[in-house]
Design a protein around this ligand. Sequence first.
Ligand code: AMP
Length: 284
Amino acid sequence: METIRQPRVMREIAIKEKKNGKSIGFVPTMGALHEGHMSLVRTARAENDIVVASIFVNPTQFSPGEDFACYPRSLSDDLEKLEGLADFVFLPEKENMYPPDFSTRVEVEGLSENMCGRFRPGHFRGVATVVLKLFNMVQPSRAYFGQKDYQQSAVIKKLVRDLDLTLEVLVCPTVRESDGLALSSRNSYLQPEERNAAPALYRALQSGAKALKDGQRDAGLVGGIMRQSLSEEPLVRQVQYIAAFDADTLEELEIIKKNSVVLAGAVIVGTTRLIDNLLVNDLK
Ligand code: AMP
């Protein structure tokens, strides 16, 4: 496994591998790697000749007052986890990604605005911009994202389509703890009693999915069931949103007419923001 810091070097290696007919699977991350990240890396390993994982805590996707400064960083553990699975670990420096005169932003309109976009202004602009830069540096044949960040994967798929990028975006299932909590680097912020309370979000989404499967098609009522479920956990300090959304447009639904719906929510437990979602398919 080789560690690369310079974007120029990363791109030269990628172009050479592609010229030799090798496919490149790419897993962009912010580090503090857990089984969720590793499931993406293993899928990339199985489906490509070359695997590149990047670790970059991207400042432009954090709003002022968010957790950029204290975001968990564990580079030596991360490298140990990637050893034997990734061929290259790309660790760009902030200064190389964003030189002082950097002034271009990528805005995926529509999909970026609802759900988390309402509570994290500019977040998806930061994500789309850095991911497009990383794609240009790594030249992937396939890029792997987690369903846990459903809106992010929708934004990236749209970016690839709108800008005619020639790579495939693959979305892998959410990896969870045994009590249902979606793995997240931010779970390390949770105090023990908050950690016990955190699966409330998954339980709420499951109660919504059950209502849908039982035939409920009034999205307002499904939302009510999920909010009621969350209200049973006092350590859920704030519910930013929890609702049913169109799985393609991410618009909040009133009446559920399609056979595929995403139930998604964002809550604050203690001081930690948690997100999760369930894709409910095959609704009759
Ligand atoms: P992050 O380091 O949080 O930017 O995440 C990097 C990638 O890992 C993103 O595509 C995430 O969606 C994905 N990911 C994070 N947590 C999970 C999880 N629990 N299951 C599957 N994928 C995940």
